[in-house]
Design a protein around this ligand. Sequence first.
Ligand SMILES: [Zn+2]
Length: 293
Amino acid sequence: MNKHQIPSHTQLFEIGDIQVTKVVDTLESFSPKALYVDKDRNSFDPHLDWLQPHFLDEAKGMLLSIHTFVLKTKHHTILVDTCVGNHKTDSGFPQWNHREGNYLAELTAAGCRPEDVDFVFCTHMHVDHTGWNTQLKDGRWAPTFPNAKYLFNQREWDCWKDSDNKHDRAVLEQNILPIIEANQVQWVDNAWSIDDQVSLTPTPGHTPGHCSVSLNSGNNSAFITGDMMIHPVQIAEPQWSQSADQDRQLAIQTRSNFVDEHCDRDIMILGSHFNTPTGIYIVEQNGQRRVRF
Ligand SMILES: [Zn+2]
């Protein structure tokens, strides 16, 4: 564990007969200045009572969990997002280069061996959502999940494939291209359903092809955010722009619509970077949007 990391734990959720397991690659405290366009630690002051201690630390640092959701449906084992990975370089974040984390051991301990995975889906092609797509084997990047189809969204691929940014190239060369070369890609579009319980929902703005994931089993539903929203504060403040949002106006519109649509409904929101408890419900209290868990 390096100095940036904070211990975290695997969590289990049940959405009807879908089992959802959160397996953490890294949990870190970030300055809001690094993640939001024009916010600092004091921007959280109106919300400390409901964000601490779970989502903000004592110094008002943002606790950001980088995890995979493992979905076991009636039909399939599906991974949503593959975190940072090990031994990567040029990530743009010093603490994510040359990592040696325990993710694969924790995934296996949670009942999911790499060879068991049927589908891998990355909500978008950023560095912290694609890392464990691959692992270093004999000096080359090889798919971590040998029997999986990796669902790549054509719209997302189109926006990255020709980038000449050094960090984007590193993601492409280490996390994306080896999957294409191994013939393990299934190209999908925004409306894709993996099976009758899991489907993609377009949530553009953060990136053009960004998709969240909807889970449905009987009367039970859940929604995996991806980076449409990186922190629960944005349930109350959907207009807070993330520095990494490519189209900030569209991202705000997508987030605002999402909060409106999911407020006071029996749909669990599984935040792709929310620290434990991670699965929350959006509620209205005295005219303000808050979380319940
Ligand atoms: Zn992210």
